[in-house]
Design a binder for this molecule. Structure first.
Ligand code: NAP
Length: 268
């Protein structure tokens, strides 16, 4: 019988996950189908338990349910530390995972940027920044966190056990850094003229990774290019977090390039 997978969120109609995973299943000849489900917060527990009861192969969880969904799973250590899940597997139990941080690491790695022994500045203190900070800490990489609301940067740095700084310190911080990650929504459509940093404070020994993927080419990436830095866009993270979910559910190696192609097509 066909195995069903899905993503739960609200809103969900613009999700690229169904196209990405269905293309992967099709490429590997797997009898599986992935759907997007709009689920209200009050129905989240029923939706997860229902998916398990109906024999779903796995779920992704997206905005605004990543934190709440943790309560209805037995999370792995990383997801528990992050406090959010983006992937659920159903084997003997409802297991919660968070693949966003690995997605970020893989995006850097495929651009030829290793994270070990790097000085990393992470801008943002929301859900995505949290996932990246804890994943990098698990890999022994300590980041310096800066955020518009400094109290949130301080709180996240304390949770992770790393340092924090003010946005006004960004210029000085970047002088000794190898990687800048934008994990805020600054620069995202429709506010495409916004950027967390301009050319003047970037330099050619820096990799500038913008996790925003809509637009594909953000103002920050343009500034990085002007400064001679290495620009890395957010699509790779989106694809690799999905690829890791695919591995968790199926135990198979996903066709990453097929997944990337449909995501790029979906983003126009
Ligand atoms: P979130 O939890 O709502 O956090 C938003 C972050 O952006 C906070 O740090 C917030 O700062 C900051 N921010 C928002 N508007 C700002 C502004 N005008 N100036 C300065 N800082 C601002 O969101 P999230 O889930 O972490 O997602 C953040 C971005 O990452 C989104 O664009 C999302 O699409 C993208 N994302 C990409 C991937 C991927 O796979 N590529 C995965 C996840 C998320 P304050 O704390 O001061 O409010």
């Amino acid at each position: 019988m066909k195995k069903i997978f899905g993503v739960l969120g609200d809103p969900i109609e613009h999700s690229l996950s169904p196209a990405m995973h269905n293309a992967a299943f099709s490429k590997l000849g797997m009898d599986c189908k992935y759907h997007a489900f709009r689920v209200r917060q009050k129905d989240l527990k029923d939706a997860i338990l229902g998916a398990q009861a109906m024999g779903f192969g796995g779920l992704n969880i997206t905005v605004p349910h990543k934190e709440k969904a943790l309560e209805f799973t037995n999370p792995d250590t990383l997801a528990r530390r992050i406090g959010a899940v983006n992937t659920i597997s159903f084997n003997d139990e409802i297991r919660g995972h968070n693949t966003d941080g690995l997605g970020a690491e893989m995006a850097l790695r495929e651009a030829g940027v290793g994270i070990s022994s790097s000085n990393v500045v992470l801008v943002g203190a929301g859900g995505a920044a949290r996932a990246i900070a804890f994943h990098f800490a698990e890999k022994g990489v300590c980041v310096t966190i800066a955020n518009r609301t400094p109290e949130k940067a301080e709180a996240l740095a304390e949770d992770v056990g790393c340092s924090h700084a003010g946005m006004e310190d960004l210029k000085e911080l970047l002088q000794d850094s190898d990687i800048l990650i934008n994990a805020t929504s600054v620069g995202m459509h429709p506010h495409i003229d916004a950027t967390i940093a301009s050319q003047e404070i970037l330099h050619q020994d820096l990799a500038v990774f913008d996790i925003v993927y809509n637009p594909l080419w953000t103002k920050l990436l343009h500034q990085a290019e002007l400064a001679g830095a290495k620009p890395i866009g957010g699509v790779a993270m989106l694809v690799h977090q999905g690829a890791e979910a695919f591995r968790i559910w199926t135990g198979q190696e996903p066709p990453v390039e097929v997944m990337r192609k449909v995501v790029l097509e979906g983003l126009g």
